[in-house]
Design a protein around this ligand. Structure first.
Ligand SMILES: Nc1ncnc2c1ncn2[C@@H]1O[C@H](COP(=O)(O)OP(=O)(O)OP(=O)(O)O)[C@@H](O)[C@H]1O
Length: 750
């Protein structure tokens, strides 16, 4: 079936796609910030920053994080490629935060894997499939080009040495990139090869958010020209497949140097894109700032022009990226309101044009004949032509005056319009800036909230740790007391043992026993030996006493015989000796008694010592085990205490760091607030200026109407012609209707 060649206006198709959570996001939280509606068209964002009702968004289709590549293609791009095969221009472009899945959606991670290939390889397959099913009398020519916009410069990806290419526009080709390499292809394989070449030449880089981040906007295009060899009708469809570089918050991607410059450029050109979309949809703008960036200039036909366009917005479902996701969704919502005017790009062949010319000539001749007949019949009936030559001249002069006046008015009007457009553009820019600052503000507020929350949590954990430390301190104190009392007991026991050992040693010395007796049996035999020795000593003593007595007696006899004085002396001596003897005997008795008592005491002490040794042994084994356990416990507690102290210090450090960050965030917040206030003031003043301009515009318009009314009064039926010229679309539309009609006629003729 032949498609309608011109549409009254078609909205951009906006498809929203969420990718699965990546590893980094999973580490932070497994939660999702999005809830999908079952109708696959609506979704809600559960915001952590914007309180109140959940934020609702609706698109032509919503794909959740489990969506398949083929389904995304069928909904978002297949209708576009089918339209391109009928001669329309088509654009599919992906917009979203960095690492949200634009390249995954547009190219896919494997160009030749049926499951994983993205939109571009699938589109190529569809094109060649359709060609193979087409009428054999249609001839196709397919040209491929691939370029990127990097740092506001267009670079050929098929011949990368071609840099800084220029954009041109003409009536037949529309907007195009001059000198861009265009390669004729005849199979899907050849296109895939070119795609690979282009992808290899593309500027990519590593950031904290994406291992392989596209640092440029890439534009892949297919121009398909088909000529029907039967009726010589020729149509050209141009397909643009665009993978935009991702917007990024430089704070999150942590880029510096060259990457930072790239990021600034990317964000700037995306802001310009936002501005164009804003101007297209706000219902007031008379000027669309396509020329303000290379990207918007290239997309001129795709946004609000001659193209069927599909926009795929890609988002992350992680609460970590909520702010960026919201901004992307808002961008998509705004783009949904853009209306394009796609039409089939027809080119007329020489044969077709000759046919049309012949028909027109025939029609003119027919009319000329009719006029002649009417003039003849008028003069036959005595009537005259309504305008004399003089009157005609006068009318022409008046028309000329009015035209001049009118042209002056138009020039003035144009001037006012341009000023107005500039002011509208400025307002749009400011609005976008305000939105950006509001986003930033929300982000900073969110950071401040998170920091405050963290602060509170840290305070709580510090309190908890302090409490734990206190408890541990108490335990340690109690254990230390127990330990001290046990040590005291051990010490006392040790002293007792030392005293006992000393006593034993004393006994050993006294008894002159060389070795300590280890047990009761040995002690007993030692004491028996001791008693035997005492007995022998006694006996020997008695023998020696007897001997001494005998010796003394003999000596007395000798002395008595020799000298009587000596005898007296002897008696005295005897008396002394007896007394001494009694004394000594008494002493000996006492010694013996004492000795016996000491022996008994030693036996007693030995027994006590044995008992004490045994109980010491028991005590020692008990004490050493207890002591070891106690030591272990004390060590563990000491280690715990050390760790807790360390943690406590760390927390104190963190706390002070957080409070510094908080202060910084608060300062930033107040700076942003000031900036916003400034901008709001500026917007206010622009608004006033805008309103003034609008009033001026209304006055000018009123004047214009007045002049037109005057002219109408003076010119009568000429006024209709002038009105049509102002709008400037009449001849264009009539041209198309004529062409369409002639193509219909040529079909009829077949
Ligand atoms: N729908 C998806 N399913 C599975 N993985 C995905 C999906 N979308 C994206 N990814 C993965 O996420 C990572 C980032 O995706 P991609 O490079 O396409 O993002 P991007 O938006 O093009 O980023 P940038 O703007 O930085 O170039 C890649 O590893 C990709 O494989």
């Amino acid at each position: 079936m032949e498609a309608h060649e011109e549409s009254s206006g078609a909205n951009i198709l906006v498809i929203c796609r969420f990718r699965p959570l990546n590893e980094k996001e999973l580490e932070i939280s497994e939660d999702l910030c999005v809830e999908y509606n079952e109708d696959h068209k609506n979704l809600k964002i559960i915001s952590q920053y914007e309180y109140g009702e959940p934020l609702k968004f609706g698109f032509d289709h919503v794909f959740d994080h489990n969506s398949k590549q083929v389904d995304v293609y069928n909904v978002s791009s297949k209708p576009i490629v089918e339209a391109v095969m009928q001669g329309f221009n088509g654009t599919v472009f992906a917009y979203g935060q960095t690492s949200s899945g634009k390249t995954y959606t547009m190219s896919g991670i494997k160009l030749d894997d049926n499951e994983l290939m993205g939109i571009i390889p699938r589109m190529i397959s569809t094109v060649f499939e359709q060609i193979s099913n087409a009428d054999p009398c249609i001839e196709y020519q397919i040209k491929v080009s691939y370029c990127e916009i990097y740092m506001e410069k267009i670079r050929d990806l098929l011949e990368p040495n071609k840099e800084n290419l220029k954009i041109h526009e003409d009536k037949t080709r529309g907007v195009f990139i001059a000198e861009l390499t265009e390669v004729y292809v005849s199979s899907a394989g050849e296109v895939h090869e070119l795609m690979k070449v282009g992808l290899d030449n593309r500027k990519v880089g590593h950031t904290d958010m994406n291992e392989v981040s596209s640092r440029s906007h890439s534009l892949f295009s297919l121009v398909i020209t088909q000529t029907n060899k039967r009726d010589y009708i020729s149509k050209t469809g141009k397909l643009y497949l665009i993978d935009l570089a991702g917007s990024e918050k430089v704070g999150k991607t942590n880029v510096v140097g060259k990457r930072l410059e790239e990021a600034k450029n990317i964000n700037k050109s995306l802001t310009m894109l936002g501005l164009v979309i804003y101007s297209l949809t706000d219902g007031k703008s008379t000027h669309i700032p396509y020329r303000d960036s290379k990207l918007t200039r290239v997309l001129q036909d795709s946004l609000g022009g001659n193209s069927k366009t599909s926009l795929i917005i890609t988002c992350s479902p992680s609460p970590y990226n909520e702010a960026e996701t919201l901004s992307t969704l808002r961008f998509g919502m705004r783009a949904k309101a853009i209306k394009n005017k796609p039409k089939v790009n027809r080119e007329y062949t020489v044969a077709e044009l000759k046919l049309m010319l012949a028909k027109c000539r025939e029609e003119i001749a027919k009319r000329d004949r009719r006029i002649k007949i009417l003039e003849e019949s008028l003069s036959n009936s005595g009537g005259k032509m309504p305008i004399t030559e003089n009157k005609e001249e006068q009318a022409n002069a008046e028309t000329e005056d009015i035209r001049n006046e009118y042209e002056e008015m138009i020039a003035e009007l144009e001037d006012t319009r341009t000023k107005l457009a500039e002011e509208v553009k400025m307002t749009g820019k400011l609005r976008i800036e305000i939105e950006m600052y509001t986003d930033e503000l929300n982000h900073s507020k969110a950071i401040a909230d998170v920091v405050t929350k963290q602060n509170q949590e840290n305070k709580q954990s510090i309190q908890k740790y302090e409490k734990t430390c206190e408890e541990k301190d108490n335990i340690i104190e109690k254990l230390t007391v127990t330990k001290e009392s046990l040590e005291k007991e051990i010490h006392q026991a040790n002293q007792k043992i030392i005293i006992l050992e000393q006593k034993l040693n004393e006994k050993d010395i006294y008894m002159a026993i060389p070795e300590k007796t280890p047990n009761k049996t040995t002690n007993k035999s030692g004491i028996d030996e001791l008693k035997n020795m005492l007995k022998k000593e006694k006996e020997m003593h008695m023998v020696s006493e007897k001997d001494i007595f005998q010796l003394r007696h003999n000596l007395a006899e000798v002395i008595n015989k020799k000298c009587p004085e000596v005898r007296v002396q002897e008696i005295v001596r005897e008396e002394i000796s007896r007394k001494e003897k009694d004394k000594w005997s008494e002493e000996r008795k006492n010694i013996m008694k004492d000795l016996q008592a000491r022996v008994d005491r030693i036996i007693e002490l030995e027994m006590a010592l044995d008992d004490a040794k045994e109980s010491y042994k028991n005590l020692e084994s008990y004490m050493s085990e207890g002591e070891r356990a106690l030591k272990r416990k004390t060590d563990t507690l000491e280690r715990n205490l050390e760790q807790l102290t360390l943690m406590y210090h760390n927390l104190i450090n963190q706390k002070s760091q957080i409070s510094v960050e908080k202060t910084l965030a608060e300062k930033k917040l107040s700076r942003v607030n000031d900036k916003i206030k400034n901008l709001e003031d500026q917007v206010c003043s622009f608004k006033n200026k805008y309103e003034e301009s609008e009033q001026k515009f209304a006055i000018v318009q009123e004047e214009l109407v007045k002049i037109q009314n005057t002219k109408e009064r003076k010119r009568g039926n000429i006024s209709g012609n002038i009105k049509r010229t102002i709008h400037g679309g009449f001849s264009h539309e009539r041209g198309y209707s004529l062409l369409n009609q002639s193509s219909f006629n040529s079909d009829d003729m077949m």
